[in-house]
Ligand binder design. Sequence first.
Ligand code: DSN
Length: 390
Amino acid sequence: MKDTPIKKIIEREKKRQDKVINLIASENYVSDDVLDALGSEMVNKYSEGYPGRRYYGGNEMMDELEKLTQKRALETFKLSDKKWHVNVQPLSGTPANLAVYMALIPPGGKIMGMSLEQGGHLSHGFSASATGKFWKQVPFGVDTKTERIDHDRVGEIALKEKPDMIVAGFTAYPRKVNWKRFREIADSCGAYLHVDMSHIAGLVAAGEHPSPFRYADTVMTTVHKTLRGPRAAIIWSVKDDRKIGQAVDRAVFPGLQGGPHMNQIASVAVALKEADGADFKKYAKKVVSNAKALAGALKNKKWRVISGGTDTHLILIDTWLKGSGISGKDASERLEKKGIIVNKNTIPGETRTATDPSGIRLGTAAETTRGKNEKDFVAIADMIDEILKK
Ligand code: DSN
């Protein structure tokens, strides 16, 4: 690279990534092939439209690429093209969720999603997000004692509020999700069921988390978390008389986006193929057993693990402990000084603020990619305990 200032920043970032212990639950390290595709000549092409229906000439290879990526998005999740329509153009998770809402919910309609503070996402109808400005959020949370989803309570709220859509999706919920119950709740109030499986998509692909496809009307995932691909998103829509897939396609383009990023789509295709093999299955299994080892070791050190543990790649720790510990912000800053990267996070029943909350969120996907095992994560728990002890 001839641009020295940029080259230096990239080199410094590479060094940072090499030397830290990365416990950010939404990050991962992609393969050289995923990077090659992202940095390829595909970046040069405008491809507004969909395969066979483009607004620019010269799209022969782009059509082939997009169709192959769609095929892989079905194969990796064991889906039939008779049952599922797929769109691989969304730039990332928030625009993808926005596209689903635009396709299916009338302006001013209701989105029922987990509140941000309890483990939902901005794009599940939070007031500061466009999704909370154009639609009204009906929030749900977790049970205060078990810190797990209380489906009976979710069902009561749904019956009372009659949302247009239920969003089952989470950014800080460590437990397996019962998709069937969400389907029953959606049916009880005539709502669409949209699943945002961004965090757990790699686990779903590998069979380490139940698949939502049997129950959802639409499923969205980002590609860059446990799925270990580039920053991008995919939307699947069930094929039936409601023609959801066509509405989603129109919402993505021309509704919300112009030309798709074809280099990003090439890179998604590579990641999907990588996630469809025996090695990835082993990887995903290890991600979960490493998370269990980390959660168990932190519990042994008397840290309060939200919901008592994890079934996934993700762990939430209450560092504040009603004032007897330290805030999530202090905890993440102390850890970063010692080379352990986490994010501060609200916890269920949060009493502090989003910018200085009561906990931290940890994840094992990135360090498992770098070959760490359960013993390493027990050692990481020891380090965390040592650094955070008052
Ligand atoms: N910000 C992402 C996360 O860290 O979970 C979700 O978009």
